[in-house]
Design a protein around this ligand. Structure first.
Ligand code: FAD
Length: 229
C-alpha cells in the first residue's frame, strides 16, 4: 500500500525493511518470497527496495536471502555495517555483484569478537569502505548510500572522491529526518543527493523517539520544533 501511494504521488521515495519483519526467524524461503514480492512492487514504480541490517547473528541469513531474492529482482539494495570485522569481504561480495549498498557505522551492541570496539577505528573503516564503494559503482542503477550524520567524515570522503575524479552521482548521503538538517540542505545545495529516512506505520512515534534518544540533546530540539519555537 505504501509503495502504491508513493508511486501514485510520483515521489522519489524508497522503502526499507528489516528481514526479521518478513519472516527471517521463521522460514528462509518464505522470507525470500516476501522480499521478491515487495521488490517486484517497488520495481513497478522504478524504485529501489532497501534491506536493513540487524544484529550480527542475522548477517549470514540476511546475505543469503538478499542474494537469492536479487537473482529475481535487481532493484534490491542492502545495508552493511562498517563496525563488523567481516564487512570488507561482504562489501566486495555485494557491491562487486552490482548491488547498491547503504553503508552505516552500525547500531547494535556487539562483542569485540565480531565488531570493532573503538569509535575512531570504526570511523576510519567507514571512510575506507565509503571510498571503495564509490570506486566500485558501475554507473548503472541506484548509487551507493553513505548513511551517517558525521558531517566531517562525509566531507573527507567527498573531497577524496573528488580528488580521484569520482562524480557526485556515484553515491548519496542518507540521514535521519530532523538530524543535521542544515548540513542536509547544504549538501543538497552543493549537488549531492541527500535522502532522508523516516519511519512509517503505526509505530512511527516510538521508533523515532528511540532514534532521537540515541542523542539526548535532540529531544529538546524536537520538542521545540513541535511547539513551533
Ligand atoms: C538512513 C539510515 C539508515 C540506517 N540503517 C541502519 C541499519 O540498517 N542497520 C544498522 O545497524 N544501523 C543503521 N543506521 C544507524 C547507524 O548504524 C548509526 O547507528 C547511526 O547513523 C548513528 O551513527 P552516525 O553514523 O551518525 O555517527 P556517530 O559517530 O554516532 O555520530 C556522528 C555525529 O553525528 C551526530 N549524530 C549522530 N546520530 C545522531 C542522532 N541520533 N541525533 C543527533 N545527532 C546525531 C552527532 O553530532 C555525532 O557527533 C542507519 C542510519 C541511517 C542514517
Amino acid at each position: 500500500e505504501v509503495m502504491d501511494r508513493i508511486g501514485a504521488a510520483e515521489l522519489p521515495t524508497h522503502v526499507s525493511v528489516k528481514l526479521t519483519h518478513l519472516g527471517l526467524d521463521l522460514d528462509r524461503d518464505l522470507t525470500v518470497r516476501n522480499l521478491v514480492r515487495l521488490a517486484a512492487r517497488a520495481a513497478e514504480h522504478r524504485h529501489t527496495f532497501w534491506v536493513d541490517m540487524e544484529y550480527s547473528r542475522y548477517v549470514d541469513a540476511t546475505l543469503d536471502v538478499f542474494e537469492a531474492a536479487r537473482r529475481e529482482r535487481e532493484n534490491l539494495a542492502l545495508c552493511l555495517q562498517a563496525y563488523l570485522h567481516r564487512t570488507p569481504e561482504d562489501l566486495e561480495r555485494i557491491a562487486g555483484a552490482g548491488a547498491a549498498v547503504r553503508l552505516v557505522k552500525g547500531a547494535y551492541a556487539e562483542p569485540a569478537s565480531v565488531a570493532i570496539p573503538s569509535k575512531a577505528e570504526v570511523d576510519e573503516r567507514f571512510e575506507e569502505l565509503s571510498l571503495r564503494l564509490i570506486e566500485l559503482y558501475d554507473g548503472r542503477g541506484q548509487p551507493h548510500g553513505l548513511a551517517t550524520h558525521d558531517v566531517p567524515l562525509l566531507r573527507r570522503v567527498a573531497s577524496e572522491a573528488a580528488r580521484r575524479g569520482w562524480g557526485k552521482d556515484r553515491w548519496e548521503v542518507q540521514m535521519l529526518y530532523g538530524i543535521q538538517r542544515s548540513a542536509q540542505n547544504q549538501l543538497a545545495a552543493e549537488g549531492y543527493t541527500v535522502r532522508v529516512l523516516i519511519s512509517y506505520g503505526e509505530a512511527w512515534f516510538p521508533w523515532y523517539m528511540r532514534r532521537l534518544a540515541e542523542r539526548p540533546a535532540n529531544v529538546g530540539f524536537v520538542l521545540r520544533s513541535m511547539m513551533g519555537g
